[in-house]
Ligand binder design. Structure first.
Ligand code: ITT
Length: 189
């Protein structure tokens, strides 16, 4: 079964392929499908933004589409960066965003450094039916960047006793918000 993945984020494409290809799904990124668009994320929730991205690609392809809207919620920062994770405080690079969050948590104790990754996936079927599923991953923010795998906020997000950037792809996928959302997707697809 072929799914077009409505994203321009290469980290997401890699993880969807790693999880879904062995299960027999052919995951094709929107750029590989020849669809060159950047959707404005005007929604106020992960769900709304995932639907916006999936619909924009579905309107062009009219085939099975999935989109992922995801982000990091830091409890001590009132759940920021949340839906603004990709563009937090206008900072340009993942490293700058990580450093900003670490600075904002300066002086915050271990037990108050709780955070979670959230991933919402929107599925649109070839008949136009729209569904969303959600997965989360509970953890905490560390004190410095650690590890080089993964992408985005992985080097500062600790699950158990390691950051997601210190895990292998397989380990991250087995516990991540995206892995958990994909488990929900597999129940409905
Ligand atoms: P698309 O909209 O094209 O899919 P994007 O990167 O803009 O790509 P989002 O709006 O969903 O996607 O923003 C998600 C951001 O949250 C992403 O850029 C990372 O900064 C962060 N993020 C999401 N999943 C992550 C993960 O598994 N590890 C680390 N950071 C993640």
């Amino acid at each position: 079964m072929k799914l077009i993945l409505a994203t321009n984020n290469k980290g997401k494409v890699k993880e969807f392929k790693e999880i879904l290809s062995p299960l027999g799904f052919e995951v094709v990124s929107q750029s590989d499908a020849g669809i060159d668009i950047e959707v404005e994320e005007t929604g106020t929730t992960f769900e709304e933004n995932a639907v916006l991205k999936a619909k924009a690609v579905y309107d062009i392809s009219k085939t099975y589409v999935i989109a992922d809207d995801s982000g990091l919620e830091v409890d001590a920062l009132d759940k920021k960066p949340g839906i603004y994770s990709a563009r937090y405080e206008e900072l340009q690079t993942p490293h700058e965003r990580n450093v900003r969050i670490l600075d904002q948590l300066d002086g915050v104790s271990d037990e108050n450094r709780t955070a979670r990754f959230v991933c919402t996936i929107c599925l649109i079927r070839d008949n136009g039916k729209v569904q969303t599923v959600r997965g989360t991953c509970e953890g905490r923010i560390g004190y410095k960047e650690k590890g080089t795998n993964g992408f985005g906020y992985d080097p500062i997000f600790i699950y158990g006793d390691r950051t997601l950037a210190e895990m292998t792809d397989e380990e991250k996928n087995s516990i991540s918000h995206r892995g958990n959302a994909i488990k929900e997707l597999l129940k409905i697809i």
